[in-house]
Write a protein that binds this ligand. Structure first.
Ligand code: ZN
Length: 198
C-alpha cells in the first residue's frame, strides 16, 4: 500500500508507508521464477513534462524491444539514458535501486494505453541512478549474497540487522565496502580513525 500525493500534471509523489523498505527488499527471497540474468535500464521522454524524471526498469529481453513498448504510452519515443547488461538478478537490482532512491520516488497518474499507472519514476539525475544501480550490481556479483534457493545468506542478515540496530543507513555503496573488507581488498583500520596508538 502506498499513499499518493498529487503534485504536477503527470506525476504524483509516491510516499512509502514503510512496510516495504530497502531492508525488507534485501531480506525478501529471489523467487525461483525470477530472471537470473538480464538488463537494467533508465529512460525518459523528450516531452517537457518529463524534465528531471527517470524511469528505472529491468528486462530479461532486449532493451530495444522494451523501449519500443514504452513508446506505446503516447509520450513519444523513449530516450534511453543508461543501460546495464548481463546483470545478475536484474529484478532484485531494480527493486533495491528503487528503495535506495525512495525519497525521489514518483508515479505517473494514469496510462490510457496500458490502463494502469507506471509507478517506477524518480526525480533525480542520471549519474545518481547509474551509481546506485552499478553499486547493487557490484555487490551481488562480488558478495554472492543470495544462496541457491534465493535466500539472503546469514552473514548478510547479520550485517543488515547490525546496521539497522545502530540506525546506520543501508546503501549499495556501504554494502560494497563491507564486501571489500571481507575480501581483504581494504582493511577495517581504514574505517577507524580515533587517533589511538595501535
Ligand atoms: Zn503505458
Amino acid at each position: 500500500m502506498f499513499v499518493y500525493r498529487f503534485t504536477g500534471h503527470y506525476f504524483v509523489v509516491r510516499v512509502n508507508n514503510q512496510k516495504t523498505t530497502l531492508r525488507s527488499t534485501l531480506f525478501s527471497q529471489i523467487k525461483p521464477t525470477a530472471s537470473k540474468i538480464g538488463s537494467v535500464y533508465a529512460f525518459t521522454y523528450m516531452d517537457s513534462a518529463f524534465d528531471g524524471m527517470i524511469k528505472i526498469g529491468h528486462t530479461s529481453r532486449s532493451i530495444d524491444l522494451r523501449m519500443e513498448e514504452w513508446a506505446d504510452c503516447g509520450h513519444g519515443r523513449p530516450y534511453l539514458l543508461k543501460s546495464f547488461s548481463k546483470v545478475r538478478y536484474p529484478e532484485k537490482v531494480e527493486f533495491l535501486t528503487h528503495f535506495q532512491l525512495v525519497k525521489e520516488w514518483h508515479a505517473m497518474r494514469w496510462c490510457k494505453y496500458h490502463e494502469r499507472s507506471h509507478i517506477e519514476w524518480f526525480k533525480t539525475g542520471v549519474s545518481a541512478v547509474s551509481q546506485v544501480v552499478q553499486a547493487w550490481i557490484s555487490w551481488i556479483e562480488r558478495a554472492n549474497p543470495y544462496d541457491r534457493r534465493g535466500n539472503l545468506k546469514d552473514f548478510w542478515r547479520g550485517i543488515i540487522n547490525f546496521l539497522s540496530e545502530y540506525e546506520i543507513m543501508i546503501t549499495a555503496e556501504l554494502m560494497v565496502q563491507i564486501q571489500e573488507i571481507e575480501d581483504g581488498t581494504i582493511s577495517v583500520a581504514s574505517f577507524i580513525d580515533d587517533g589511538l596508538p595501535r
